[in-house]
Design a binder for this molecule. Structure first.
Ligand code: G3P
Length: 218
């Protein structure tokens, strides 16, 4: 499973790189607004430190403007994945960009039917938002299961399932069991995967016992 960081915070991104965990970055207009930074230079900076796909989302909702914005975004760097909403206009942009060899991340997916549409439009990634479904008392993970099953039935679909709106480690683990290709999560959630009380207590015991030996490896 590929791990994308759902953040535009440069320090958070840089901290994940040495772990080898980071395969890409996703952003959205809310994340950009939170950063307080200029959008285009920020995306450029991220593409220079991350070799994998960096999602940058169009701001408009009509075809003509989205198409123009997409041109600007895709010229930032080869590893930009242009993010478009799951609307008829968004999928029209998706089809044109993917036919032209640009990566496209289709966002705001909340149903399996929408995921079929995105695959048919040639999306590189489909982003089902599972946390937001959970917020409405619907099982977000059921959507991942449905999309993975459907895509598996059609080998000609090469769209990757990018689990988004990830809120906790179980979202990641359960999506991985289902075979989702990618997940994007805030670094805080990625780092929660490290945590286990038995790892912590076991390490503390090893450190204590090692001290008793009075030895040093170096
Ligand atoms: O980037 C899209 C998605 O991951 C947003 O997550 O937490 O705002 O629902 P959230």
């Amino acid at each position: 499973m590929k791990f994308f960081a759902d953040t535009s915070d440069i320090d958070e991104i840089k901290a994940l790189i040495p772990t080898g965990l980071l395969d890409g970055v996703t952003t959205n207009p809310s994340i950009i607004a939170k950063s307080g930074r200029e959008f285009l230079p920020l995306i450029k900076e991220i593409t220079e430190i991350v070799s994998g796909p960096v999602s940058a989302e169009v701001a408009a909702t009509d075809y003509e403007t989205m198409r123009k914005e997409a041109e600007v975004l895709r010229k930032i760097a080869d590893n930009v994945a242009v993010k478009v909403p799951l609307t008829p206009d968004g999928l029209r942009v998706c089809k044109e960009l993917s036919d032209d060899g640009t990566m496209v991340n289709v966002t705001l997916c909340f149903s399996a039917g929408q995921a079929i549409l995105a695959a048919k439009a040639g999306a590189t990634f489909i982003s089902p938002f599972i946390g937001r479904l959970d917020d409405l008392s619907q099982q977000g993970l059921d959507l991942i299961s449905d999309i993975c099953r459907i895509y598996d039935n059609y080998p000609q679909f090469d769209t990757e399932v990018l689990v988004a709106s990830v809120r906790n480690p179980m979202h990641i683990i359960e999506s991985a069991k289902m075979g989702a290709h990618v997940m994007t999560a805030p670094p805080k959630v990625i780092n929660q995967l490290f945590n286990h009380p038995l790892t912590e207590s076991g390490l503390a015991a090893f450190v204590k016992d090692w001290e008793k030996t009075g030895q040093s490896i170096l």
